[in-house]
Design a protein around this ligand. Structure first.
Ligand code: PGA
Ligand code: ZN
Length: 425
């Protein structure tokens, strides 16, 4: 049973305040979790509580921390930490808003995940194994950023994430080794072309390209220069984050030819998927542009993974709606987008029930918290998106996955191509 719940203000990877929750059970088991924070957020996401004003640029979380002590702790004390659904239902009821706006999704998500950690600690199991509860799991396929753009890099490219995936690597460890080769090769190519501008919010190279296609060409060449075959050993994965570029009334690709209609935007994405070794595309259209999402899925969804992030916001109802509209074939799962572990799992279950892929994902603002590595494994999601291959808030998750894979020994089953709804050639 839960004996105490406390909150504190810590700092995230952008140097902004964030919430840590600590849950102690009567047995002495302790669980702790830190809330992440997005920069390119969907309008339908749960909302963080920030203090506003001038301190910390308005990003303070004193109010969110105070709510944990004053309201959440009394409500959860005495509850069974193993009953995550009841704990999360109590959090939702206590907040009372549809989007966690009163207590703050940052407070709620930290507490929800800390309760989960405490329950696993009580069971003396690693979190992933506690979540799997005896079911067979796969080691997730990593999706790793090479260039960061969009809202994470001063909008140097329109596309937010240029990533790679290695479905045929055979193991997680091998996938990271290949990605390391590509990351270094990409850095060399960029250095040869002109000054490197450093790294973006999620640790990818900060791009200095003349067009979005220049970035795609450079990434394709980097894969080849790394000694691995593009479109076989290594594939490109994009997060367009099109929500940042427009909506159903039109999109602007500042690096390319300016204004595109929704139909033209969908056609442009389809054309990229035909020209480049692309295996996965996230948010090719804005959060309410169901028609363009459906057009892209209809055109290439049989061979390319079409992921909904801002369009689905880890919400089971929106997954259902998207499935009916034929708008995606995979769901990004970010616990803080919806606020609780139970609701995030419901969104994942809805996606899996539709035969979709599922990708547990970090946010652009992160910390040393590695909960998502355990969720991706224990929930058997099949895929994990964390950001790039530098900066310890990213590497902490990849490193945790290496520990999990190693602990499974010969039983470790790398999800690889089985992670996709559509079979790959
Ligand atoms: P965010 O971006 O965490 O800044 O929202 C991540 C993503 O779009 O996948
Ligand atoms: Zn995204």
């Amino acid at each position: 049973r839960i004996a105490s719940v406390t909150g504190r203000q810590l700092w995230d990877s952008r140097g902004r305040p964030t919430v840590e929750a600590e849950v102690i059970l009567e047995s002495g088991a302790v669980g702790r979790a830190i809330a992440p924070a997005g920069a390119s957020r969907g309008a339908h996401e749960a909302i963080d509580l920030r203090d506003g004003g001038t301190a910390y640029g308005g990003f303070g979380v004193n109010g969110a921390v105070a709510g944990i002590g004053a309201e959440i702790a009394p409500a959860l004390t005495g509850m069974d930490a193993r009953d995550q659904a009841a704990v999360d239902a109590a959090l939702c009821a206590l907040d009372g808003t549809p989007n966690k706006a009163r207590l703050g999704a940052n407070a709620v998500v930290a507490v929800s995940m800390a309760v989960l950690h405490a329950a696993a600690a009580h069971a003396r199991e690693p979190l992933w194994r506690y979540l799997a509860n005896g079911a067979k799991v796969r080691i997730p396929l990593p999706e790793i950023q090479i260039f960061g753009g969009g809202a994470h890099a001063g909008r140097r490219t329109d596309v937010q994430d240029f990533m790679v995936m290695c479905p045929k690597a055979g193991s997680f460890r091998r996938a990271l080794e290949i990605t390391d080769d590509v990351y270094r090769a990409a850095g060399k190519l960029m250095e040869a072309k002109g000054p490197l501008t450093g790294v973006a919010d999620e640790g990818g190279w900060w791009p200095n390209f003349s067009s979005n296609e220049d970035a795609l060409d450079t990434l394709t060449r980097a894969i080849e220069a790394s000694g691995h075959r593009a479109g076989d050993e290594v594939y490109i994965s994009l997060d367009i984050a099109a929500n940042e570029l427009g909506d159903a009334s039109g999109y602007s690709l500042a690096l390319d030819d300016g204004r595109l209609t929704s139909e033209e935007m969908a056609a442009r994405i389809v054309e990229w998927a035909k020209r480049y070794p692309i295996l996965s595309i996230e948010d090719p259209a804005g959060q309410d542009d169901w028609a363009a999402m459906a057009a892209v899925t209809a055109a290439i969804g049989d061979r390319v993974q079409i992921i909904g992030d801002d369009v689905l916001v880890t919400n089971a109802d929106r997954v259902e709606r998207a499935a009916e509209a034929g708008a995606c074939n995979a769901a990004l799962i970010k616990v803080n987008q919806v606020g609780t572990v139970t609701e995030a799992k419901a969104a994942l279950d809805a996606a899996v029930a539709r035969g979709w892929g599922a990708i547990v994902s970090a946010r652009s603002g992160e910390s040393e918290d590695v909960t998502i590595a355990h969720l991706a494994t224990g929930w058997n999601a099949g895929q994990l998106k964390v950001g790039s291959f530098t900066r310890s808030e990213r590497m902490a998750k990849w490193n945790e996955m290496l520990r999990i894979e190693e602990s499974l020994g010969a039983e470790a089953d790398y999800a690889g191509a089985s992670a996709f709804a559509a079979p790959i050639a």
